[in-house]
Design a protein. Structure first.
Lengths: 322, 252
């Protein structure tokens, strides 16, 4: 058992950013271990070409008619066989919704536990992940005998740090899967009503979170957004509560934004929110809790009562414009 | 339909957390139900409202978790199972799932629900591992559940505003996303009734000698950016921020 195997995700034959980042993490881990890094793509071999142009030892294309559509049962069965054959010491995934659906079960097949949502890898190796919605960090070490399974949080490793290679060998892997093993029947993915608000294009975003407490208080933040000529956005709990429509949600289940200014009001900064906005050029955060993780990504921070600071700021902006 | 809801008790969301070695100082913390698990409980109660059956709340942990189980009973769960374990910190996800599975097997439920992740560890995999240990199908990050043709039809959340319907047979396990339903409050009558509802106590089996992963250190994260803190009265803060917006950020 040696080396690193990165299992990437593809859509329509191309690799997503999170998969490239996971591959960068895999390359870094392999370097730390002094071992080889290989990659695997499941279902459609179309992305194999893109993969083999990176610095990897080998590319596995895991192909079977029953893998055409994602099911946890199909992926677990196929990858269990691949991991047994390739025998890597580490299996690395991007931390996507799909990976969250099957990777824990795959690890269970090996008597292992997935170290999920990893943000950094230190020598040892020890894997850093966040606890308590990002308020604390924790170091994890694999202590089991089997392969160690790890998933990488979006935005934690740089896709542009990926090393290019010179045409790695592509090896087709045909797992044995029986139709009876697949217990769930998925239908085609769909989108609810077409999104009418494209937050990703907004140069200035004012975003509101749990700290606003009541629906009627959202108007305070709307007034600030209006004064700045900004789009109003929110963290998930606000949209869950129906205080703002779902299409104004920023985060892993909503939109990913990178405006010139992101002004976060009463948002603590859970991981799921940060992955949607940490590409913003400037972040201003207003929160009553000085330990809120939003301050880790903020350029300017205000620890204070938003019900006092926001109206004062709205007024000052209006005055400045005259 | 017999539904077991696996819930976890966690520190309240706005709790002040002090890292201490491999965990946090728990002495002054208030504990509550893990929020995604509250949505799993709500989904179970709504399924029971629609289709009849029984809802059992299951929780592993020390004595203090009985308050969370009582709250679940007050909201409408029919009975509760408390797996008494003071050493959850030394059990990894697989060991915990095995513990839950031992308590679940004798009940032979049709459906097991749990939240998609916990607010404290956030590993987001207890449900999937539990399904694998029990040998039943699962689906994760579920927004809606319908009983259809002897099985289920569920709505799974994917990334970037995409969704997918999945059909599956019973018994099955689902991890529930927050926000799919509105959470109910316990009524006075519910709180009264909860006192007469049964809670079974199960002693946890010994933790396995070895774990697959080990948490070695908990600490405050380093800042990714150098944050300039703006202080003063609200008016002073506003004036300083406007100055930054004009000269540094250049959006005014």
């Amino acid at each position: 058992m040696s080396g690193v195997l990165v299992v990437v995700e593809q859509r329509g034959g191309s690799l997503g950013r999170t998969s490239l980042e996971a591959l960068a993490a895999g390359q870094q881990l392999a370097k730390q271990l002094g071992a080889e890094c290989s990659a695997a793509v499941v279902g459609d071999a179309a992305a194999a070409g893109e993969l083999s142009s990176k610095a990897v030892a080998k590319v596995y294309t895991v192909e079977h008619a029953l893998l055409a559509q994602y099911t946890a049962d199909g992926y677990v069965a196929a990858l269990e066989q691949l991991v047994k054959q390739a025998a890597p010491a580490y299996v690395v995934f991007p931390h996507t919704y799909q990976v969250r659906d099957f990777a824990p079960a795959l690890a269970t097949r090996f008597g292992q536990v997935l170290i999920s949502d990893v943000v950094a890898i230190h020598d040892g190796p020890s894997f850093v992940r966040q606890l308590f919605q990002g308020k604390l960090n924790a170091d994890y070490r694999p202590s089991g005998a089997g392969p160690c399974f790890v998933s990488i949080q979006a935005g934690s490793f740089r896709a542009d740090a990926l090393e290019a290679g010179s045409g790695a060998t592509v090896e087709s892997f045909a797992p044995a899967i029986d139709a009876a093993q697949i217990r769930t029947k998925p239908s085609e993915p769909f989108r609810e009503a077409a999104q009418t608000i494209d937050l990703s294009a907004a140069p200035v975003i004012v975003s509101v979170g749990r700290g606003i407490r009541e629906q009627e208080n959202v108007a305070l933040v709307q007034a600030l957004a209006d004064a700045l000529g900004a789009e109003l956005a929110a963290s998930r709990p606000i949209c869950d509560a129906g205080w703002l429509p779902m299409e104004r949600q920023v985060g892993s289940s909503g939109q990913t934004v990178s405006p010139k200014l992101y002004l976060a009001v009463g948002i603590s900064g859970a991981i799921q929110h940060l992955v949607g906005m940490k590409g913003s050029k400037t972040v201003i955060a207003i929160n009553k809790d000085e330990n809120a993780p939003i301050f880790e990504v903020a350029d300017y921070g205000v620890v204070g009562d938003l019900f006092e600071v926001v109206p004062a700021l709205t007024e000052a902006i209006q005055a400045a414009k005259h | 339909m017999k539904i077991i809801v696996a819930i976890k008790q966690v520190p309240e969301r706005d709790a002040h957390l002090a890292p201490e070695g491999k965990w946090i100082d728990e002495s002054d913390l208030n504990f509550t139900i893990n929020e995604p698990d509250a949505y799993a409980l709500e989904e179970a109660l709504q399924l029971k409202d629609k289709n009849g059956g029984e809802v059992i709340a299951l929780c592993a942990g020390p004595e203090r978790v009985t308050s969370t189980l009582r709250e679940a009973l007050a909201k409408g769960a029919d009975r509760a199972i408390h797996i008494v374990a003071d050493d959850l910190g030394s059990r990894d996800t697989l060991a915990l799932a095995q513990l839950l599975a031992e308590a679940i097997r004798p009940e032979s439920p049709d459906l097991i629900l749990t939240g998609l992740q916990s607010d404290d560890l956030g590993l987001g995999q207890t449900g999937v591992v539990l399904a694998e240990v029990l040998g039943i199908p699962h689906a994760t990050i579920i927004m809606q559940v319908e009983v259809a043709g002897g099985g289920l039809r569920v709505k799974r959340e994917l990334e970037d505003g995409w969704f997918q319907h999945v059909e599956m047979p019973l018994p099955a396990l689902l991890t529930i996303q927050s926000g799919g339903n509105k959470l109910r409050y316990a009524t006075l009558m519910g709180i009264k009734k909860a006192k007469t509802k049964p809670t079974a106590t199960v002693e946890a089996s010994a933790a396995p000698a070895a774990s697959a992963i080990e948490l070695t250190r908990v600490y405050l994260p380093e800042k990714q950016k150098r944050t300039q803190m703006i202080t003063g009265s609200p008016a002073e803060i506003a004036a300083q921020l406007v100055e930054k917006l004009q000269t540094e950020v250049r959006v005014l």
